[in-house]
Design a protein. Structure first.
Lengths: 276, 248
């Protein structure tokens, strides 16, 4: 897939009908740290793994509030993500100003997708290197969308992106049918479980993850560290460091990398500085 | 503030003029509609307006439709300059068209349309080039009734009953006394007709040909034009020239 003669710029098709630059941009999303989203009929939960470059630095912000009723989680080039978040906020507030009401989530994602498409058809631009999980609430209910650097977008019941997101997807594939009717608490619990799957045995604590919720009667907000840690403890999903007898959570797969538990350091080597 | 560029003016160009084309500013209205009145009732909104278009003090046009539908959920009633109302209808047409083109199941409700109009009216006012109208925007969306008004200077508000022009002075006191939120359709129409009759007697720009429009969650109807019965056989009106022979 790499190093073809048709991948120099985005306006060159390959003979197989592919735009490699766009596909490379989607690779950048896969290199970012994991972010997941799931929704019920009334709530959407976004969660992400927030690794810091070193112990001395702060964590990269991956979840942004766009409006009271919409939030977004990003993976990939966070600078691109920040810029797009700013665009989304701007669109929401302009709509509110003109119409005194909330921008429907479906319209925002279409605008976002069209913006991304432009960058796939100009020789002087490059595609955005960030995947966006847009979660929001409007008149027609709770929505979760995934926006891709290609300019495509899809609505999802649950989705995961970034490194080792497949583990989270597998977990959610087993359970997604229960999400629609799920309560808010169970939805957050499932989000934390799914997020833990991406950690490959590393201990899940509130210091390495961020969780955000939006729902009926509940503005989009990021849960604070204490709340998240309390939820983690409550659901006893911190990790399988103790003997199995202590563990009460039934859904754990036994093969959940006991061997990996010892490995505390970041497991992705050679991550480009701009990707988190 | 209408500036004539062809006059032999001194060489210094006015700093207030943004461009040669932008000469028209504050206008005067020519063909105008008079009051519109509207109320919320049990199932939705009722709006009444006569069909007159006055040319100054002449009651020139008698078939002007001053109440129109906007999208699926709203009705607009306008008083003031009729040509400006027609322009507003074109803005709204474009707004609704672009909204429909999203084709995504969302649609602009009365609150959104009212706010959009408020922005348009206020922005024009700020440029000293107003749309010379007072508008009433009413509708129902998802069971929620909405009734608001906005005028040429951008003043806007919502209420259970609103009116424009003379309606504010003559109709609203009646509505304040007699409106309640459980009016049936028949009661609502009777109440509006009572107000329209007072306006017909007392407003010189009123004509006796009106339409009443209703909008509910199911949709809208605008009635065929009809007239109100009036009573002129008062003793004080008989032999009006007694005591002043030769007058008329």
């Amino acid at each position: 897939m790499f190093r073809n003669q048709y991948d120099t710029d985005v306006t060159t098709w390959s003979p197989a009908g592919r735009l490699f630059q766009v596909e490379y941009a989607m690779e950048a999303v896969k290199q970012g740290s994991a972010a997941i989203g799931l929704r019920s009929k009334t709530h959407v939960v976004l969660a992400s793994v927030n690794k810091a470059n070193s112990e001395l630095s702060s964590h990269q912000k991956k979840i942004f509030k766009v409006d009271d009723h919409i939030g977004v989680a990003i993976a990939g080039l966070t600078a691109d993500g920040r810029v797009l978040s700013r665009y989304m906020r701007s669109e929401c507030i302009n709509y509110s100003y003109s119409y005194e009401s909330k921008l429907p989530v479906g319209r925002l994602v279409v605008q976002l997708a069209d913006k991304a498409q432009v960058c796939t058809q100009r020789s002087w631009k490059r595609p955005y290197g960030v995947g966006l999980l847009v979660g929001g609430l409007d008149e027609s209910g709770a929505h979760l969308y995934y926006n891709c650097p290609s300019g495509n977008y899809f609505e999802y019941q649950a989705f995961a992106m970034g490194s080792r997101s497949q583990a989270a997807k597998t977990y959610m594939e087993r359970k997604f049918e229960t999400f629609t009717e799920s309560s808010r608490e169970n939805l957050v619990k499932d989000a934390l479980f799914a997020l833990r799957e991406t950690l490959q045995g590393e201990k899940l604590t509130s210091s390495i993850c961020t969780v955000a919720v939006v729902g009926v009667g509940e503005s989009f907000h990021i849960l604070d560290k204490e709340t998240v840690q309390a939820l983690i403890n409550e659901f006893e999903i911190a990790g399988e460091e103790e003997a199995p007898a202590n563990e009460a959570a039934p859904q754990d797969q036994g093969g959940d990398a006991q061997a990996g538990a010892a490995d505390q350091g970041p497991t992705d080597q050679g991550v480009a500085p701009m990707d988190i | 503030m209408i500036v004539d560029s062809s006059s032999p003016a001194p060489a210094k160009k006015s700093l207030l003029l943004s461009s040669e084309a932008d000469l028209q500013r504050t206008q005067t209205p020519y063909v105008t509609g008079t009051s519109v009145i509207a109320i919320k009732y049990k199932d939705g909104i009722l709006i009444a307006a006569d069909m007159g278009g006055s040319y100054g003090s002449t009651l020139r046009y008698k078939n002007v439709e001053r109440i129109r539908p906007v999208g699926k959920h709203s009705l607009i009633g306008a008083s003031g300059e009729i040509s400006d109302f027609q322009e507003i209808l074109r803005y709204l047409d474009e707004l609704i068209l672009n909204d429909s083109m999203w084709d995504d199941g969302n649609s602009l409700g009365p609150k959104e349309v009212h706010n959009y109009l408020t922005r348009v009216m206020y922005n024009r006012r700020n440029k000293f080039n107003p749309l010379w109208n007072s508008l009433i925007l009413g509708g129902v969306k998802n069971g929620q009734k909405y009734l608001g008004t906005v005028n040429m200077i951008g003043v806007h508000y919502e209420d259970n009953h609103v009116a424009t022009g003379f309606g504010n002075h003559l109709a609203r006191p009646i509505l304040r006394e007699e409106w309640n939120e459980n009016l049936t359709f028949e009661e609502g129409v009777k109440l509006l007709e009572k107000c329209m009759r007072v306006l017909l007697y007392r407003d010189r720009s009123a004509v006796n040909k009106l339409q009443i429009a209703k909008i509910t969650d199911e949709g809208f109807t605008i009635s065929q034009p009809y007239s109100l019965k009036t009573q002129w056989k008062f003793k004080a009106f008989e032999n009006p020239t007694v005591g002043a022979e030769g007058s008329w």
